[in-house]
Design a protein around this ligand. Structure first.
Ligand code: 13P
Ligand code: SF4
Length: 292
């Protein structure tokens, strides 16, 4: 992939198709990508991922041109919550801190006190002075973090990721009987009854790291989007990795093709534009997360 200028930096999430991951300047989970976007000197960022990720890059780097190659690459979980839902929860629980998973729109982030990703959520929850935490929008990640930080009281918004929500406890039991030697690793967006039966739970990067550092020959069952298993075939070739269920695909993440990336590099794609006031408030929530 030939870029016309070094002023363009291409970021890709681990759930992107492998050709996009291989063409990108930086690949990461949502936390790593937010930090890489903030520290890149390039004037234009092309974000191969879904809209909330490109919005986060714009919020952190308002002076940069941020491009989402495919306009309708969204996140159904992020679309489950609106700013009015946050305002209502605040009224109902005035003493609680509001913690938003980054899988939210800029408008929702602007209503919150602090953001988190799946890799920073436990640290962020522990950093808060408040005893009560409104966690949104993912009830599954929220209940996982609540189990790790029992000294806080969590009020969970009832959202979920339709891709990870499909995982059942029976899927984990069945994988255990088919691959008795394997370690079963799940993303915390999976339902709690499945997470309870896994050998380990963590963010996309955590799963990659666990497999990559294991000795060759180690067996794993991976409970997250197929892009992670595909990447592991490249980065951890000696390990045996099985996907927990077939068709573990985020359709929105797979909307971006090499043609879309080429078009974006040549000046196409959707330019992310956000209201100044929204960006200022949302930036405070994101920066607070990064500083924890
Ligand atoms: P990570 O925070 O692990 O990158 O996950 C983002 C996401 O959208 C998972 O579905
Ligand atoms: Fe959203 Fe789920 Fe896709 Fe992640 S995997 S982008 S949470 S729909």
């Amino acid at each position: 992939m030939k870029k016309m200028t070094s002023d363009v930096f291409v970021l890709a999430h681990y759930y992107q198709a492998m050709d996009i991951q291989n063409a990108a300047d930086a690949v990461g989970d949502s936390f790593e990508l937010a930090k890489k976007a903030a520290s890149s000197p390039a004037k234009t960022l092309i974000f191969c991922g879904v809209r909330f990720m490109a919005e986060s890059a714009k919020i952190l780097c308002p002076e940069k041109r941020v491009i989402l190659p495919v306009e309708n690459a969204g996140c159904p979980m992020a679309d489950m919550i609106k700013p009015e839902d946050v305002q209502k929860l605040r009224k109902e629980h005035p003493k609680a801190a509001v913690m938003a998973y980054v899988n939210t729109s800029a408008d929702v982030k602007a209503e919150c006190d602090i953001c988190c990703t799946s890799s920073s959520a436990e640290r962020v929850a522990r950093s808060l002075e408040e005893e009560e935490i409104i966690f949104l929008p993912d009830r599954n990640l929220g209940s996982y973090i609540a189990s790790l930080v029992p000294e806080k009281r969590f009020i969970l918004f009832d959202g979920h990721c339709p891709v990870h929500q499909r995982v059942t406890a029976e899927d984990v039991r069945s994988a255990r009987s088919r691959f008795p030697q394997a370690q079963i690793l799940l993303h915390p967006e999976c339902p709690p009854e499945a997470v309870a039966l896994a050998d380990g739970t963590g963010s996309t990067s955590w799963i990659l790291n666990e497999v990559e550092k294991a000795p060759p020959g180690t067996k794993f069952v991976i409970g997250t989007e197929t892009g992670v298993a595909e990447r592991l075939r490249q980065t951890a070739p000696g390990r045996e990795c099985h996907l927990l269920m077939s068709n573990f695909v985020c359709e929105d993440m797979k909307k971006t093709t090499m043609d879309d990336l080429t078009r974006a590099i040549n000046g196409g794609g959707t330019v992310i534009e956000l209201d100044e006031g929204v960006m200022k408030s949302a930036r405070a929530s994101l920066m607070r997360m990064i500083s924890v």
